[in-house]
Design a protein around this ligand. Structure first.
Ligand SMILES: NC(=O)c1ccc[n+]([C@@H]2O[C@H](COP(=O)([O-])OP(=O)(O)OC[C@H]3O[C@@H](n4cnc5c(N)ncnc54)[C@H](O)[C@@H]3O)[C@@H](O)[C@H]2O)c1
Length: 247
């Protein structure tokens, strides 16, 4: 069994592949990982995005099997390996159960669940063969508290992500492959603006630490969980919610 001891939070020499990289969290994570020394390949469904200096960008729709193969194969061809997979692609709906349609459920589950399954299914065997890998998925506080501003499809999808990462953590541990989940509370990105219609409730009333999260809060937690600083942590769901959820 591969043994990886904990050490400083450097990503020097590591290749990181990020989905949803054009979004608020994905951008901040890409920059933090680049600054920590990683080669960063940021991906999103949009054709072209300027993610930041020194960060590679590739168009990748996580629901596409074809793109999962072609994009990941191209990265491995160029960089020989992928050490870190961060799964940030996601969409949300706040439609209540009685009004929700099969189409909404299908769309939300497709992006938020299959969009995690597809790249993970492709990379897990490769990481296992290499004896190392760190997989980190964006879950949500919604999987724990039933949702802040989201509908049931999103809550169900994020719950599936937390469960799936635990399965991967168990299966991957003997091969040096880690899997963890972030459980953010509300973070001020396009997604939060979308669900609140730019009229968010008062953070003072909702968050013990008195503010909503920002993308940098998430990026630093992601860096911890994808770096050697956390080499005895796998299968965890890290609450990053200003104290809104305490586990
Ligand atoms: N913002 C929050 O309050 C919050 C809280 C908890 C969890 N999350 C989760 O964190 C992750 C990142 O969210 P964010 O706040 O940065 O949102 P965001 O909307 O800024 O970013 C999400 C990104 O996912 C991309 N995306 C959507 N569908 C895709 C697809 N099929 N293929 C590839 N890319 C796709 C979008 O283009 C976008 O760039 C999401 O999974 C979200 O559910 C967000």
């Amino acid at each position: 069994m591969a043994q990886h001891l904990s050490g400083p939070a450097s990503l020097e020499g590591q290749v990181a592949f990020i989905t949803g990289g054009a979004g608020g969290m994905g951008r901040a994570i890409s920059t933090a990982f680049k600054n920590a020394g990683a080669i960063v390949i940021s991906t999103d469904r949009a054709k072209a995005e300027d993610i930041g200096p020194g960060i590679e960008y590739m168009q990748y729709d996580v629901t596409s099997h074809e793109q999962t193969d072609s994009v990941i194969d191209a990265v491995i061809h160029q960089h020989k390996k992928i050490d870190i997979l961060v799964l940030c692609a996601g969409t949300i709906t706040r439609v209540p159960l009685a009004d929700s349609t099969d189409q909404e459920w299908s769309d939300i589950l497709n992006v938020n669940v299959m969009g995690v399954v597809n790249p993970t299914r492709k990379l897990f065997p490769l990481m296992s063969k290499n004896g190392f890998g760190k997989i980190l998925a964006a879950g949500s506080i919604a999987a724990k508290n039933g949702g802040v501003a989201s509908g049931p499809a999103y809550v169900a999808a994020k719950s599936a992500v937390h469960g799936m990462m635990r399965w991967i953590a168990k299966a991957g541990a003997p091969h040096g492959v880690y899997a963890n989940t972030l459980a953010p509370g509300p973070v001020e990105t396009a997604m939060w603006a979308n669900v609140t219609g730019n009229a968010a409730p008062s953070a003072h009333a909702s968050v013990p630490l008195g503010r909503w999260g920002n993308a940098e809060d998430i990026a630093q937690a992601a860096l911890f969980l994808c770096s050697p600083a956390s080499n005895w942590i796998t299968g965890t769901s890290l609450d990053i919610s200003g104290g809104m959820w305490m586990d």
